[in-house]
Write a new protein. Structure first.
Length: 238
């Protein structure tokens, strides 16, 4: 069965889980909800459209370059009383990943769905961005369609040039992963409708795969996946 492969590369990326508040953090790799939102955008779907077909796809991401955390400091002037022109200044902080690169795979039993996703990514109906509109990709996002599941697609994809012997792979769990679940996140979108946006929980399995490709690479299971938020990183640097 097929998987569509995407390469996410750009000067800046931001994969946040919160969209309100003065601090907008980023995760250390793309969320499933963000990637499905990117795909839905490429397909020209509206926020209120049904996305159950996309939400049913299996997801995985390989971290080829972790990048570096960057903080963008803002002051925002908010009009509190339009008739009087009263304003209040708010400080906001936005966090980004600089020079990161990820390889993403989406798998479905439906070849027609995979082909529809691939076609949309080849010729997107709207502009695509890496988490925020200020983060355009620096290369085409669509790469290829391969006849493999998520793990096979990401393990078989050409490895990056790195001094590390292994790199991280985060993916939806499969049957043989039972008992080794790394985390559970509210990251599977039910609807993107602004008036009723909802997410369901999904399990995340984290493993390290060998940079030197093997026929059957042995996974290393980690109980603490690299899901570090930028605020946590910044706090640790103080």
């Amino acid at each position: 069965m097929p998987s569509v492969i995407m390469v996410l590369s750009g000067v800046l990326q931001s994969w946040g889980t919160t969209t309100i508040g003065h601090a907008r953090s980023t995760m250390s790799y793309p969320t499933k909800s963000a990637i499905l939102g990117l795909v839905a955008n490429a397909m020209g779907r509206d926020r209120s459209d049904d996305i159950s077909d996309l939400a049913g796809m299996s997801y995985g991401v390989r971290v080829d370059s972790v990048g570096k955390i960057q903080r963008d400091y803002h002051t925002v002037s908010i009009i509190t009383q339009p008739t009087k022109g009263d304003r209040v200044n708010r400080i906001t902080e936005r966090y980004y990943l600089a020079d990161a690169e990820f390889v993403v795979a989406l798998y479905s039993d439906s070849g027609a769905l995979v082909n529809s996703v691939a076609q949309a990514l080849r010729k997107p109906k709207r502009a695509l961005f890496l988490g925020r509109k200020s983060c355009p990709p620096n290369k085409p996002i669509f790469h290829s369609v391969v006849a493999d599941d998520v793990r096979g697609a990401l393990s078989g994809f050409p490895m990056p040039k790195t001094d590390e012997s292994t790199i991280s792979l985060f993916r939806d769990p499969i049957d043989e992963d039972e008992g080794y679940l790394s985390d559970v996140v509210m990251d599977n979108p039910v609807t993107f409708d602004s008036a009723a946006r909802r997410y369901s929980p999904r399990g995340v399995f984290h493993e390290r795969i060998n940079v030197e490709q093997e026929t059957n690479p042995v996974p290393r299971v980690h109980s603490n996946p690299a899901m570090t938020f930028a605020m946590s990183v910044a706090e640790g640097e103080k």
